[in-house]
Ligand binder design. Structure first.
Ligand code: ARG
Length: 506
C-alpha cells in the first residue's frame, strides 16, 4: 500500500509509532522494487542526540516535503555535482562517488515513474533523497553530505529551480508578445478611442494600443534576464554558515551546475533571498501589465463599450442568466495579480528581521516563490490564448465610437496653430467652439464653413478633412506616436526584436 494514500492522521500515527524514517515501509508504492535495508532507517537523519520521537503535529508543522518536492530534480542534480567534486578533490574515493551518482540517478527515475513519493515523515526533500539513497546503496550513501549542509543545499536547489523557470517565463513572454504583434497586424487601420482619465481624449490606432502591451512585456523580459544574473549564483559548499574544513572546489560545482558566479561570503550566501524577492518583484510587474490589459478587455466586452466580443472558446456563461457571456479569463488574471503581490510582500516581511545566517523562517520562501512562478506562467498562457483566439474586435462599433465625440478638438487647435495662431489662443477659441456645439447638440464636423469662419477667419474648407478621425490619427506621425506610418514601422521593428531573441521555447 502506498503511504501517500493513507489519511493524514493514520500517516502520522504510523510515523509516530514506527519512529523516524521508516521510509522503506512508508514511501513506496507496491510496484516499487524492494528497498535495500540500511541501519539508518531506524533513526532520524538529524543526529542521535534526541531521546524521544517528535510530536506528530510538530512533525507535520515542521515538514516542507508537501511543497519542496517541486525541487527534487534540482536537488538530485545539485547532489550529483557535489559528489563528483568530492571525488575530484580526493575527499571521497571515485568508486564511492560513482555509486552515489548512480543511486541519485535511480531516485530520479523512480520519481519520474511515480514510484518515489516521500510522505510527511521525510521532513523535506533533502532528507527524503538522502534517506532513499542510503536505502538503495547502503553505507556509502552516507558520504554524500560531506562538506555541505542543508542550508547551502536548499539555496542551491531554489536557485537552480528559479533559473530554469525564468527561462520558461521569458519564453512565455515572447509568445505573449508574438500574439500581440499578430493581432496588431490586422488592426493598424482600425481606430479606437484613446482615453485619459477614462474620458475620450484622442483616437488612436488599435495596433498602437496593443503594441503598448508589447513594450511592457519587453521590459518584463529584459528585467527577468537582468535578475537571472543574480539568481544564477552558487551557494553550494558554503556549509551551514561558515564554510567547511574539507578541501572542496566550489568553482568546480559552480561550473558543473551552470552557475555564472559563486557567493563570496558564507553567512550572506546561505541566508540571501534577495534574488527571490527580485523575482517576485518582476513577477508582480508582469501581473500589473497583464491585469491592466485584462481590465481593458473586461471594459471593452461590456454592453456599454461594445468594442470587443468574446469568442466562445474563451468565455463562460452564467448559471442563472442565459444571456450572459462572462470574461472569466481576464477577470481571473486581474484577480490573481493580488496573489503575486502578496507573495512579494510576504517574503519581504520574512526577511526583514532575520539575523545572520540561516533561520527556519526561510522555509517560508518556497510556497511564495513556487506559487508566484505557477501563477505568472498560467496567466501568460491564458492571456496568450485569449488574444490569439478569444477576441473579436467590433470594428463598426469602434468606427462609430471615434466619430461621435469631441476627441478631434485638439486637432482644431493644432489646425489654427499651424496657421500661425498661438497655440494657447487657438486652444481657447476651440474651447468656445466646443461649448457652442454642446449647447446646440452638434459635433465639430456639423458646423458650416461660415460658422467656422465666424469663429476665426483662418478656418477654410480643409478643416473638415483635418478633423476626420482617420486624419487625426494619421497626422500624429511623430516618433512613438499613433500615426499609421509610425505604427507600421513599430510593428516591423517589434517583429524584428522578437526574431532576434534566442531564448529557448517553453
Ligand atoms: N527545509 C529547509 C528549508 O526549506 C531546508 C533547510 C533546513 N536547514 C536547517 N538548518 N534546518 O529551509
Amino acid at each position: 500500500m502506498s503511504f501517500v494514500a493513507l489519511p493524514l492522521t493514520k500517516k502520522l500515527n504510523r510515523r509516530y509509532l514506527c519512529c523516524f524514517f521508516r521510509l522503506s515501509t512508508l514511501t513506496f508504492s507496491s510496484s516499487s522494487p524492494p528497498p535495500q535495508k540500511a541501519d539508518s532507517t531506524d533513526s532520524p537523519l538529524w543526529s542521535q542526540r534526541f531521546e524521544s520521537a517528535l510530536n506528530p503535529v510538530i512533525a507535520a508543522f515542521n515538514a516542507s516535503i508537501q511543497f519542496d518536492i517541486a525541487l527534487i530534480e534540482y536537488d538530485l542534480t545539485g547532489s550529483q555535482a557535489h559528489v563528483q567534486m568530492l571525488a575530484q578533490t580526493g575527499i571521497i574515493p571515485q568508486a564511492d562517488a560513482d555509486a552515489i551518482y548512480q543511486g541519485l540517478e535511480q531516485i530520479r527515475q523512480e520519481y519520474r515513474q511515480g514510484l518515489f513519493r516521500p510522505g510527511i515523515e521525510a521532513e523535506d526533500v533533502h532528507f527524503a533523497v538522502e534517506h532513499r539513497l542510503i536505502e538503495l546503496i547502503g553505507e556509502v550513501g552516507k558520504k554524500l553530505h560531506t562538506g555541505r549542509s542543508r542550508n547551502d543545499q536548499v539555496g542551491t536547489d531554489i536557485r537552480l529551480y528559479l533559473h530554469d523557470h525564468i527561462q520558461h517565463i521569458r519564453a512565455l513572454l515572447q509568445d505573449w508578445q508574438q500574439a500581440l504583434v499578430d493581432i496588431a497586424q490586422d488592426h493598424v487601420q482600425t481606430l479606437i478611442p484613446g482615453y485619459t482619465h477614462l474620458q475620450r481624449a484622442q483616437p488612436v490606432s488599435l495596433a498602437h494600443h496593443l503594441l503598448a502591451y508589447f513594450e511592457m512585456a519587453e521590459r518584463d523580459w529584459q528585467r527577468l534576464g537582468e535578475i537571472d544574473q543574480r539568481v544564477n549564483v552558487s551557494p553550494l559548499g558554503l556549509g551551514a554558515l561558515a564554510g567547511t574544513p574539507f578541501p572542496i572546489d566550489r568553482q568546480a560545482t559552480t561550473d558543473q551546475l551552470g552557475f555564472v558566479d559563486l557567493y563570496r561570503n558564507s553567512l550572506d550566501g546561505v541566508s540571501d533571498r534577495d534574488f527571490a524577492i527580485e523575482f517576485l518583484c518582476a513577477a508582480s510587474l508582469i501581473m500589473v501589465h497583464l491585469s491592466r490589459f485584462s481590465e481593458e478587455v473586461i471594459l471593452w466586452a461590456s454592453e456599454e463599450f461594445g468594442f470587443v466580443k468574446l469568442r466562445d472558446s474563451c468565455a463562460t456563461g452564467s448559471s442563472i442568466m442565459p444571456q450572459k457571456k462572462n470574461p472569466d479569463v481576464p477577470e481571473l488574471v486581474r484577480g490573481k495579480s493580488g496573489r503575486v503581490f502578496g507573495h512579494l510582500q510576504s517574503l519581504l516581511v520574512v526577511m526583514k528581521g532575520l539575523p545572520l545566517a540561516y533561520n527556519k523562517d526561510l522555509q517560508e520562501d518556497k510556497e511564495a516563490l513556487f506559487d508566484g512562478v505557477i501563477t505568472v506562467k498560467g496567466c501568460l498562457e491564458a492571456m496568450k490564448i485569449l488574444v490569439k483566439e478569444g477576441l473579436e474586435f467590433v470594428t463598426e462599433r469602434l468606427e462609430t465610437a471615434v466619430g461621435e465625440d469631441f476627441s478631434n478638438a485638439t486637432d482644431v487647435a493644432d489646425y489654427l496653430a499651424a496657421k500661425g495662431v498661438p497655440f494657447r489662443e487657438a486652444y481657447n477659441i476651440v474651447g468656445a467652439v466646443v461649448k457652442t456645439c454642446l449647447s446646440q447638440g452638434k459635433l465639430l464636423k456639423d458646423l458650416t464653413l461660415s460658422e467656422w469662419q465666424q469663429l476665426h477667419p483662418q478656418f477654410a474648407a480643409d478643416i473638415y478633412e483635418a478633423i476626420t478621425p482617420r486624419q487625426v490619427v494619421a497626422a500624429r506621425n511623430s516618433y512613438g506616436g499613433t500615426g499609421f506610418e509610425q505604427v507600421q514601422a513599430a510593428l516591423t521593428q517589434a517583429q524584428e526584436r522578437l526574431n532576434s531573441k534566442t531564448a529557448p521555447s517553453a
